[in-house]
Design a protein around this ligand. Structure first.
Ligand SMILES: Nc1ncnc2c1ncn2[C@@H]1O[C@H](COP(=O)(O)OP(=O)(O)OP(=O)(O)O)[C@@H](O)[C@H]1O
Ligand SMILES: [Mg+2]
Length: 479
C-alpha cells in the first residue's frame, strides 16, 4: 500500500492532484497606439523564452508555465499529494503571471507603446468565449473508469453550489454564450455552466464536455489514469479551491470504496447544470433519468451524507481534507438555511454576490448595469492593489488556507512527489549550464552528440537514485 493503491473496495489514501489555469488577457492603450492581446502575450513570454528557450517551460518548483496558441497564459501546478500544497502551488501561478504582466507593461512602455494590461483568473471573456481551469486527479487503472464517471457526474453538475465563481450573465437558458447574450441579467453560480455541451468525451473545445476522456496518465499506464475534470470554474478564493478539490476527492473515495448512493443519474445533465446555475437557493427542480425530481442542494447533500455515513471506509484524511469536509457541511447548511452571509468569506460566488448586491443597492443600479458587469470582471483581476478579490484579501475580509510564507516557499520548492525530482534536476541542470529537457515524465541531458535520459513513471516517487546519478554527472566533464 506504499502509494496508497486502492485494492478492491478500498479508497485510495494518497492521490496526485494538479490544477491547470488559463488566464484571460485584455488591455487598454495609454498612448496613441493599441496593442493586440497576442502581441502582449508574446511580450509577457519574452523573458520566459530567453530563460527556457521556449514558451512552454517547466520550472524549478515542478510546475509548467506556457503560452498556447492565442493569448491565454496557462499555469499548471506540479503534482501535489496534499490539498494545502495544492492551494499554495495554485497561488504561485497568479504571482508568476502577475510578474510577467509587470515586465510586459514596462517593456511595452519602453518600446513607445504604453498599455495597461489586465489578467483575469476567470473563465469567460466579454465576447462569451470560455477558457478553463482543469483539475487532474490520479485514479487507479484497476477501477472501472465508468464507475468513477457514473458516480461523479451528478456531483460535478451540482458542485457549482459549493465552488462556483459567480457570474452576472445575460445568456439565456441554452443559448450559446458567444452568440447573443442580450437576455435579462441574472446572477449565476457558475461561469462554466452555460459552456458545457456534453458530459464525458475526448473533445475539449467543440462540444466541451465536463470530463475529458483523453487517456494520457502522465505515469505508468498499467497502474494509473489521470481523471481530467474540465467543468469547474477557476477559483479566486483559497477556501473555494480547497473545497472544490477536497469534496471531489471524497467522491472519488466513495467510488473506490464501492459505496452505493441512491441513483442520481440526471435525465439531461446539460440542462440540469444550467438550471442549477440560475438558482442561488439550490432548490430548482431537476429531473433524474428514473423520472424522479430532485434539486442541486439535495444532490450535494446526498454525497455529503454518504461521506459522513461511511467515513470509516474512506481511509485516513489529511488536515486539508478534514477542513474541506467541514467547509462542505457548513456551506450546504448555509445554503439550506438561506444564510448566504455566512459564506461571504469562503465561497467565491457568495463573496462576489455580496459585493455586487451591496454596490447595486448603494448606487441604485439595475442588474444589467454595465458597472456591475465591470465589478464582476474586476473580482478576477489578479493585479495587486487593483483586483477586487485581491483587495478583500489584503483587508483580511476573506479566509485563507495558506499564508504568504507558504506561497513564497512554493515558488521555489516542489511538493514531495515526482515534482521534487524534476525540480532538483532543473535547478541543477541550469546551474551547470547544460542543454536539458524536462516534462511531466521525462528528464534528458544533451551534450554534443551524447544524450542521457530518464523516464519517471511513478508520480508519487520523490527519491530516485537514477536522478541523483544524473545530477552528479552534470559536473563531470565527460560521460
Ligand atoms: N499522474 C498524474 N495524475 C494526476 N495529475 C497529474 C499526473 N501527472 C501530472 N499531473 C498534473 O496534470 C497537469 C497536467 O497539465 P498539462 O496542462 O501539462 O497537461 P495536459 O492537460 O495533458 O496538456 P494540455 O493542457 O497541453 O492539453 C498538471 O497540473 C500536473 O501536475
Ligand atoms: Mg492542460
Amino acid at each position: 500500500m506504499e502509494h496508497g493503491q486502492a485494492t478492491t473496495g478500498t479508497a485510495r489514501s494518497r492521490r496526485i492532484y494538479g490544477l491547470e489555469t488559463e488566464y484571460g488577457l485584455t488591455s487598454r492603450p495609454r498612448g496613441q497606439r493599441s496593442v493586440g492581446p497576442e502581441e502582449i502575450a508574446r511580450q509577457m513570454f519574452r523573458g520566459m523564452i530567453a530563460w527556457g528557450r521556449s514558451s512552454n517551460v517547466f520550472l524549478g518548483n515542478g510546475s509548467r508555465i506556457y503560452l498556447d496558441v492565442g493569448s491565454h497564459p496557462e499555469y499548471a501546478t506540479a503534482e501535489c499529494d496534499d490539498l494545502y500544497d495544492l492551494v499554495a502551488h495554485d497561488a504561485v501561478g497568479n504571482r508568476l503571471v502577475e510578474d510577467l504582466r509587470r515586465l510586459a507593461t514596462d517593456q511595452l512602455a519602453q518600446d513607445g507603446t504604453p498599455v495597461e494590461i489586465f489578467l483575469f483568473k476567470n473563465n469567460v471573456d466579454s465576447a462569451g468565449n470560455s477558457y478553463g481551469c482543469h483539475e487532474n486527479y490520479l485514479v487507479d487503472r484497476s477501477v472501472d473508469i465508468n464507475r468513477y464517471y457514473r458516480l461523479i457526474l451528478p456531483f460535478l453538475v451540482s458542485r457549482q453550489l459549493i465552488a462556483g465563481a459567480g457570474h452576472l450573465s445575460r445568456t439565456r437558458l441554452y443559448e450559446r454564450p458567444d452568440r447573443g447574450g442580450d437576455g435579462p441579467a441574472v446572477f449565476q453560480l457558475s461561469q462554466r455552466a452555460d459552456q458545457m455541451w456534453d458530459t464525458v468525451s475526448s473533445a475539449t473545445t467543440r462540444s466541451r464536455p465536463m470530463i475529458n476522456t483523453r487517456d494520457e496518465p502522465h505515469g505508468d499506464p498499467e497502474l494509473y489514469r489521470r481523471l481530467h475534470v474540465i467543468v469547474g470554474d477557476s477559483s479566486m478564493s483559497q477556501t473555494t479551491t480547497l473545497l472544490k478539490v477536497g469534496a471531489t476527492e471524497l467522491v472519488l473515495r466513495l467510488a473506490e470504496a464501492r459505496i452505493e448512493l441512491p441513483d442520481l443519474t440526471l435525465d439531461n445533465p446539460n440542462l440540469a447544470i444550467r438550471q442549477i446555475s440560475r438558482d442561488l437557493t439550490g432548490r430548482t427542480p431537476v429531473e433524474l433519468a428514473n423520472g424522479r425530481t430532485t434539486t442541486g442542494l439535495e444532490i450535494q447533500s446526498a454525497y455529503l451524507q454518504a461521506v459522513l455515513d461511511h467515513q470509516d471506509r474512506l481511509g485516513p484524511m489529511q488536515p486539508g481534507l478534514l477542513r474541506a469536509l467541514e467547509l462542505w457541511q457548513r456551506t450546504l447548511t448555509a445554503i439550506g438555511a438561506g444564510d448566504l452571509d455566512t459564506l461571504s468569506r469562503d465561497i467565491d460566488w457568495a463573496i462576489k454576490h455580496r459585493l455586487i448586491s451591496r454596490y447595486a443597492d448603494r448606487h441604485g443600479l439595475a442588474p444589467d448595469s454595465p458597472r456591475l458587469a465591470q465589478l464582476d470582471l474586476a473580482y478576477h483581476d489578479i493585479a495587486d492593489g487593483r483586483g477586487l478579490f485581491r483587495l478583500l484579501d489584503a483587508h483580511g475580509e476573506v479566509s485563507r488556507v495558506v499564508d504568504d510564507a507558504a506561497i513564497e516557499r512554493a515558488l521555489t520548492t516542489p511538493p514531495p512527489t515526482r515534482a521534487r525530482l524534476r525540480g532538483a534536476f532543473i535547478d541543477a541542470a541550469r546551474a551547470a549550464g547544460v542543454d536539458y529537457l524536462a516534462d511531466w515524465m521525462h528528464l534528458r541531458i544533451n551534450r554534443g552528440n551524447q544524450t542521457r535520459a530518464l523516464t519517471l513513471r511513478d508520480p508519487f516517487q520523490h527519491t530516485d537514485e537514477r536522478v541523483d546519478a544524473m545530477i552528479a554527472a552534470l559536473d563531470e566533464p565527460l560521460w
